[in-house]
Design a protein around this ligand. Structure first.
Ligand code: GLU
Length: 507
């Protein structure tokens, strides 16, 4: 059982198993446990165990996934480019060689590599959480009457406001200071900070989220720009009425000085990937609509001046901090946190950017990967459930019958077999031919659909072509078939095979 947990990426320290291990500790190692005792031990976690044993986890082949992540980690580790942030001594003193990658799926499968237990200062990566807190307290309209939702197109601490005199978005300094002004404004700063810290403990499902006092003191001492931003916003009447500027800034510096490790930040990112539901505690920390808004902004504004490029190349919501931390969200799948203190000219960790590039080169994680068919070299590590798969086959057949080639493309990229069959063993190609969908027929054949697949009555798509009303389909298939025969003859000379890609047997 333990090896099964390991294989699936379930940690022995998984909090969902804590009760079971406690129950088990009553027995000695040599005890033989009966089935009913086993059921007692795991009585609270039975559905969780079923989930693991049946391998219904979001990344089913976790061994392969882990191997690929480890190989990306080793590759990226070779890079020593960039400079550590030096505007405060606490960041300047961090060992530039530190490197950690943590991953947590929405089912709580984990990978932790390198310095994942080391404490790091979250800096700007606190901003999405504060934005979520402000949203849940006041709602979208109120929050965005004080903050915009556009990328600023300028540096994260630029002294500039949008055309309404508001900060551009909540993920740059001015907007984050504004978000702080909205969080529990009637409480003392101590209680406001406790409120934030409690939320961090919930999203990470961990008590090891702390505060670095020396970072906080340094931040406060070198805060001219943040003061300037706050005064500039006050001059423009951007703050909610009654805002105490000094206290708001103090509160902002405290939030930037929160300290934790990549292990916890990956769980935070997984909670975002899971629509606000923590995978370990099952607690709904934020509403799904809050997460949707937060991820949208992380997608467009989370990576400083590189946000547009990041969204273009990587296509995932992420947030970066000047300590060299980046967390990335693959919605409905997993969260990743990378930490390496050397930064590029935009203030993003060099290794983290490289890691993300390699990640989306290897896996079908970019937001719009599903639109592109010619990416056979990329892997989709996600689970396709049986009933989901059956539903997808239906959808593929229906799309073929309707001639919706774009949807056919997107289903194929999600791993649906082009030659899958419906209840009557009819393939998408049978249906496309019968419905006279010329473009879909062409597309399916060119992508490997089998013209000789027999349905339950023994009819194949080629029989349907012969009976088709569509002259276009008839002539195209006729003109195309000899080409296949020619190439497959060539191929069969090399391989000795008698069957072509479409299943046409050579005479
Ligand atoms: N504490 C930093 C500031 O407010 C945040 C830096 C960052 O991570 O972007 O200037």
């Amino acid at each position: 059982m333990i090896s099964c947990f390991k294989k699936r990426g379930i940690s022995m320290k998984d909090p969902r198993l804590a009760k079971a291990w406690k129950n088990l500790s009553q027995y000695s190692k040599s005890d033989k446990i009966s089935l009913s005792q086993f059921q007692d031990i795991f009585s609270h976690e039975f559905s969780f165990l079923e989930h693991i044993a049946g391998n219904h986890l979001v990344v089913p082949d976790f061994v392969d996934f882990r191997e690929k992540i480890e190989s990306i980690y080793s590759k990226v580790e070779q890079c020593h480019d960039g400079e550590v942030a030096s505007y405060i001594p606490q960041l300047a003193r961090v060992d530039p060689e530190k490197f950690a990658v943590s991953i947590c799926t929405i089912d709580g499968q984990v990978i932790n590599l390198g310095d994942f237990d080391e404490l790091l200062c979250v800096q700007s990566s606190c901003k999405p959480i504060n934005y979520c807190l402000a949203l849940e307290e006041h709602g979208l309209e109120k929050v965005h009457s004080h903050i915009g939702h556009e990328p600023s197109g300028q540096s994260f601490n630029e002294l500039s406001l949008n055309s309404k005199g508001l900060p551009h978005n909540p993920l740059i300094n001015s907007g984050a200071i504004m978000a702080c002004s909205l969080i529990k404004p009637n409480l003392s700063i101590a209680d406001r900070f406790d409120h934030v810290l409690t939320t961090w403990k919930k999203v990470t499902n961990s008590t090891s989220v702390g505060f670095n006092n020396s970072v906080y003191l340094s931040e406060r001492e070198t805060a001219d720009r943040n003061y300037a931003l706050a005064y500039f916003m006050r001059e423009n009447n951007a703050f909610p009425e009654g805002t105490n500027l000094e206290k708001t800034l103090e509160f902002y510096f405290q939030c930037c000085s929160i300290e934790t490790n990549t292990k916890n930040l990956a769980v935070l990112a997984a909670t975002l990937a899971n629509g606000g539901l923590n995978p370990f505690s099952n607690e709904k920390v934020f509403e799904s609509s809050t997460i949707k808004n937060c991820l949208s902004l992380m997608n467009s504004c989370g990576m400083y001046d590189y946000s547009g490029e990041f969204s273009f190349h990587i296509g995932l919501p992420a947030k970066s901090g000047v300590s060299g931390v980046v967390y990335v969200v693959v919605p409905n799948t997993l969260g990743i946190c990378i930490w390496s203190p050397r930064l590029d000219k935009h203030g993003n960790s060099v290794r983290a950017i490289q890691f993300c590039k390699e990640l989306t080169k290897t896996f079908l994680f970019h937001n719009y990967d599903s639109l592109v068919t010619e990416q056979q070299d990329k892997i989709n590590p996600r689970l396709v459930e049986e009933h989901e798969a059956a539903g997808k086959v239906q959808q593929l057949c229906y799309a073929a019958a309707r001639g919706d080639t774009q949807y056919i493309q997107s289903l194929l990229i999600r791993g649906v077999d082009i030659n899958s069959k419906d209840y009557d063993k009819r393939t998408p190609l049978h249906l496309a031919v019968c419905e006279g969908q010329f473009e879909a027929v062409k597309y399916l054949i060119l992508h490997g659909a089998d013209l000789l697949a027999k349905d339950r009555w023994g009819r194949c798509p080629l029989d349907e072509v012969k009976d088709s009303q569509s002259q276009a389909i008839k002539s195209w298939v006729k003109a195309w078939s000899p080409k296949v025969k020619a190439t497959s003859k060539e191929r069969s000379k090399k391989t000795g095979s008698k069957k072509s890609r479409t299943g046409i047997v050579e005479a």
